[in-house]
Design a binder for this molecule. Sequence first.
Ligand code: APR
Length: 316
Amino acid sequence: MRKKIGLIGGGNIGATLAHLILQRNLGDVVLVDIAEGVTQGKALDLYQAAAIDDLNGHIVGTQDYSALKGADAVVVTAGVPRKPGMSRDDLLQINSQIIKEIGQQIRQHCPKAFVVVVTNPLDAMVWLMQKSSGLPTHQVVGMAGILDSGRFRHFLAVALGVAVQDVKTFVLGGHGDNMVALPRHTTVAGIPLQTWIDQGKLSSQQLDDMIKRTQNGGAEIVNLMKTGSAYYAPASAALQMVEAYLFDEKRILPCAAFLNGEYGVKDIYAGVPVMIGAGGAEKVIELDLNAVEKQQFEASVSSVQKLVDDLKALGF
Ligand code: APR
């Protein structure tokens, strides 16, 4: 039986995901958007791309949420992206109403789906999605850490002149300016990053600059593009999570997961390493954090808590 993957939001990230899913023949795609005709047009364009690529996938573009019936996985990108000068948090009011409505639609049409939220401000939106959909917490996760880690990995690989596949790292905490990069938990070809620094292959100043650039990674792209935000890397990151679920891979990926006491945090979503398999977010992996890392993680989580408190004050 072919898998069914729902994409809510057919803009830059949603359409890129649709193309990737068809290219990899992962399943059939339902692309839902509020904008009339856009997803129908993109579906037709993608069908024609599939014809040229000799692929046989199916894709439906619609405004009707009932088309999501029975979806195995859903990626939510609906909402408004940032403009230059805006922080992700500036999107809170506008995107929260959208996410709440979509949560209710998911509850009605595909309550068994694994749900990956991409809409910003990420950690607060995934909290709201879980609450408004009523789905179990292990079935609702947010995409941020893979993206942030991907950015850090790219900068490190370029600076060290090594293949990016050999750079492993985790960026944790909230998907905001104070996200937490963990050089101590970073390896290059299995060798701790500190060894490369000790050997003079990377300076501490370069490392600090790369961490700042990673924290500012989304804004750097928004400032260049001016009319939208990053979408190729966010789409690849969300797809990695969907694949881990559909193929029961048990991959350990940095994702926004519900914390129930892990890392000393309760009742909130934040970026941590999570095992993703057929059970969704099956397990939170606790890295040992030293005092400084712990403090950075707590500061990042308290920014998320503030946004969730704002949502509660708005009546969500
Ligand atoms: N229901 C369905 N779709 C909606 C709704 C809604 N209520 N409101 C907006 N949309 C759709 C828009 O019509 C648009 O097609 O969401 C889509 C968003 O696409 P883009 O504007 O291209 O944004 P994108 O780059 O895909 O980013 C989406 O992800 O990374 C985050 O900050 C980013 O929150 C933003 C989201």
